[in-house]
Design a protein around this ligand. Sequence first.
Ligand code: PMV
Length: 339
Amino acid sequence: MSKLGKATARACANIALVKYWGKRDPVLNLPAAGSLSMTLDALVTETSVEFDDDLNADVLILDGATADAKATARTARWLDLVRERASVTAKARVVSGNNFPTASGLASSASAYAALALAATRAASYAADPAELSELARLGSGSAARSIFGGFVEMAPGVSSDGKDAVARPIDDGGDWDVRMVVAVVGGGVKKSVSSRDAMTHCAETSPLYQAWVGSVPGDIEAAREAIARRDLGALGAIAEGSALAMHAAALASRPTIRYFRPETLAVMARVESLREAGAPAFYTMDAGPHVKILTAGDAADDVARAVRDVPGVSDVLHSRIGGPAVLLDDGSAGAARP
Ligand code: PMV
């Protein structure tokens, strides 16, 4: 029998309210500072992994098509980590699908590596606790460490050189708080030009604002934690906007610049500011792409979505509630399980 094990998992994307931008160790993918995010239930990746002795190489199918050599090689390197820990030698067939545009700054790598970590460890019959799943996900993509968990999640930068303490933990499930994330998709979800990995390295090496950015993170995390505990959306939104702007300021000041904003991005930001001046709780944040994510309240979300849909250049508007943790959908035996 050459089929060793198969498992399928689902994970939600997350959006950082206090951003991760920069690494203290690029090889182990250790962040230079912490970060804090909200998990989104509307942006989901489902991934199945099957180890098979008959395969000569790992196979990656993304959204129904065979992935390119670069993406396949990156996944294969990551699978080696699981093979090593689980003492498995077989190659794997990975089939993954997103319900949102891939690699466009919509956090696809976060949900992708979180779902992959859960599915691959289970398929290899390797028992990893949530902290180890978070560590494995981080080794694929820094933001993925947070997508193992639901609600509001804090990522620790850690201090150890092996990175075992650079993992995320859930800080609040947000269960009784009706906050939403409205996502204004700009430019039709096209692939981003500079990967966050390359951009972070370039920013750390050339931006005169990089150290100041890193220094701003711990205070923002502390303040965000307190705002969440108080259910203070205004305070949390102000921190989220400030963190995103500081991250993008550092990136913009890189030489040559890293600019993810497009004219439409700025137009949506201006629309959010005018909504706020009119009394709506609405706060923007942007990642390594042109899209704008707007933190808002449940009773304001429809108005916010309508207002940003009207901005020329906005091709789609998604609307999300707080999402839950990564879950196993099928481990080859009966029943679903939580990590
Ligand atoms: O997970 P990565 O390596 O793609 O980095 C994500 C970086 C940002 O999305 C810009 C910020 C964040 O904390 O998610």
